[in-house]
Each structure stands twice: as structure tokens, then as C-alpha cells.
Design a protein around this ligand. Sequence first.
Ligand SMILES: N[C@@H](CCC(=O)N[C@@H](CS)C(=O)NCC(=O)O)C(=O)O
Length: 210
Amino acid sequence: MLTVHHLSNSRSQKIIWLLEELQVPYELKVYMRDSKTLAAPPEMKALHPMGKSPLISENGETISETGAIIDYILRHHADGKLQPPTESVAFDRFIEWMHYAEGSAMLPILMTIFCKYTATESAALNAMLESHSNKHLSYIEDALAGADYLVSNTFSAADIHVSFVADTAAQYMSLATYPNINAWTKRLRERDGYKRAEQKGGYFGPAAPK
Ligand SMILES: N[C@@H](CCC(=O)N[C@@H](CS)C(=O)NCC(=O)O)C(=O)O
């Protein structure tokens, strides 16, 4: 059986959500962050040299990186669900979003959070990070204009992957000026799969749960 190594308050929430949407059975192992450094515990490093979340194990293999894990689950456990047909143009867009989340969008958003945690006071750096973060949020906002979901107006793993960008950003900034993103994340949170994932893995989203 597939095992999800879930670090509290982390990206592995998306993996639990994906598996709940697909109704794939899995074992959940929960790990807690260090309360001061927020680092993953050494037990995760024993599973994979990076020791970061998410990690999954199956058939004696342990896989890291959210995008690679989503790809693995879609190839091995999804039977074509939650992605467009592989020969379609929509699939190219889907792959683009799958790489975009971690390859582009998370960098300025996480850097902003790191600056906050470390109380780094640099007006120039903060302005640059704010500009880059807003550029990414505007890009997602525009992609959702007139659409409920990112690819072919159909819920897919790309929504699971990319919505983490918005959920993370919402922990440190107001997304009030991004109505499409707000409507989209609200829509996603109303899904049964999302609710089940939240029950099992915990809350992840804007700082004050509503
Ligand atoms: N690009 C990686 C990022 C992995 C990552 O940074 N995970 C964070 C949790 S969201 C983590 O494990 N932090 C604890 C640590 O670095 O010790 C992915 O998408 O899986």
C-alpha cells in the first residue's frame, strides 16, 4: 500500500487531498515540525536524503518533490482521472501548470515568508518580492477569468498543485484584490475530497481559519 509521510502544515496536504479525490487507499504517517526552526524531524531524513515533505513510499521506493509525487500517483493510481488526455493540447497546459507551481510561483512567496520569519528588513528586497508575488498571483487570477478551474474548466490535479501557491500566499498577505482566486479556493475547499483531506491532515490556508 502507498504510504504518505505527512509533515504538519505542509505541502503533503496536497498529496492527501489528491488521494482522497481519487479514493486511493493509503497509509498516513504524520510527522511534526520543530516548533522553533519549523524543520522536518530526522525521521524524514532517514526516509530520503532531503528529508523534506511530502514523501511517499510504495513497493520499497520513496519519492520526494510534490510534482513528481503527483505525477507518480496519476500514472500508477488514477486510471486517467484528474488530468486531460495525454495527447491533447490541454495536457500541455496541464503539464505547464504542474511545473509552474514549484518551478516559478513558490519562490517569491516563500522568500517573503522567510524574510518575515527572520525579520529581514530590506525595503528593496521586500519591494522586489512583493512585485514578483503579485505578478504570479495576477497570472493565476487571469487564468481563472471566466473559468472555474485552471485547465479546460475541469477540476484536475493542476488545481490541487497550484492552489497551494494561493493558500501559502494567503498566510501572509490579503488576497482580497484577487476575486477569481478567492472564488476558486472557496470552490476547492467545498469539495468532499478536500474536506476529508483536511480532517486527516489538518488545516492549511489563510492564517485565521474562517
Ligand atoms: N519543492 C519541494 C519543496 C519541499 C519542501 O520545502 N517542503 C517543506 C514543507 S512544505 C519542508 O519539508 N520543510 C521542512 C524542512 O525543510 O525541514 C516540493 O515540492 O516537494
